[in-house]
Design a protein around this ligand. Structure first.
Ligand code: NAD
Length: 258
């Protein structure tokens, strides 16, 4: 038992389930990256509650309509609020990468468009909403990595391909379907899992939230600062910062080894 930890009895319970499990899946959202200083959408200081633009609501600014009709405003918001090229992985990204390495975790399913899980070393990352790392010309299909995309943004407020076409980030905007095969892959992982850990997500964005229904395993654990509509289905709800929980799990691991 660790003194002074956050909700240690709950973390110890989770630790025991992790040790007993053979196939763990993690499903996460923007709350996983807030401890890397990337704001989420729906926390009190999240992007949706910041004063930004009097004409458009943040939900509109990340929509396909906005991208098509008002690309200048779309790219202004996208660069200002959704791109964090200097962010670094935190304790959660690192713990999950380690859990995969140990053979326990079969994959991370994330709604995040940042690349922090990959940076931490996770191999099987199912990115439901795409990635900021890849950007495609809408005219010729040329692909630009983030650094090249940022260079294009510097020369023009609406990033243009060498062919003159508009470049679109490979992220799923509101009103757009998910990329083919991604949701099916997520279902495959979740339906085979014996422990599903969900963290840092309000579980209000669909179809991502509906993935919970495909879980058939033993224990469902939710780690989120605020309540979600799925709390009643969970075997364990930990209302703490997920990075702190992961730090505690790491300490429990180290104590066991010593
Ligand atoms: P959300 O903003 O709707 O919800 C985030 C949830 O995480 C909230 O319920 C909040 O209470 C909780 N939270 C915040 N910090 C936490 C922490 N340290 N520990 C535990 N819980 C914490 O985010 P969502 O559910 O992922 O859905 C919104 C959409 O936002 C997603 O589609 C995603 O693509 C997009 N988004 C992504 C990023 C990113 O890539 N990092 C950032 C902002 C938004």
């Amino acid at each position: 038992m660790i003194k002074g930890g956050v909700g240690m009895n709950q973390v110890e319970q989770l630790y025991r389930w992790i040790k007993e499990s053979q196939s763990i899946v993690f499903l996460g959202g923007a709350g996983v990256s807030t401890e890397s200083n990337i704001p989420d959408f729906r926390s009190a200081n999240g992007i949706f509650y910041q004063k930004y633009n009097r004409t458009f609501q943040p939900e509109e600014l990340v929509s396909h309509t906005m991208f098509r009709r008002y690309p200048k405003e779309f790219f202004e918001f996208y660069q200002d609020k959704l791109l964090y090229p200097h962010a670094k992985p935190n304790a959660t990204h690192e713990y999950l990468a380690q859990l995969e390495k140990s053979g326990k975790l079969s994959g991370v399913i994330t709604q995040n468009i940042d690349t922090l899980h990959e940076m931490a070393g996770s191999q099987e990352v199912i990115k439901l909403h795409g990635t900021v790392d890849s950007n495609t010309c809408q005219a010729c299909g040329a692909v630009y990595h983030l650094d090249e995309f940022l260079q294009k943004c510097q020369s023009h407020p609406i990033p243009k391909c060498d062919c003159g076409g508009m470049i679109k980030p490979d992220v799923v905007l509101y009103e757009e379907p998910l990329y083919p095969g991604v949701f099916e892959k997520a279902i495959e992982h979740i339906s085979k899992a014996d422990l599903l850990i969900i963290g840092g997500t309000s579980l209000v964005v669909y179809p991502a939230a509906s993935l919970v229904h495909y879980f058939r395993g033993k224990h469902l654990v939710l780690i989120n600062l605020t309540p979600t509509a799925y709390d009643y289905q969970a075997d364990l709800v930990i209302a703490e910062k997920i990075g702190k929980v992961c730090q505690q799990l790491k300490i429990l691991d180290e104590q066991r080894i010593m």
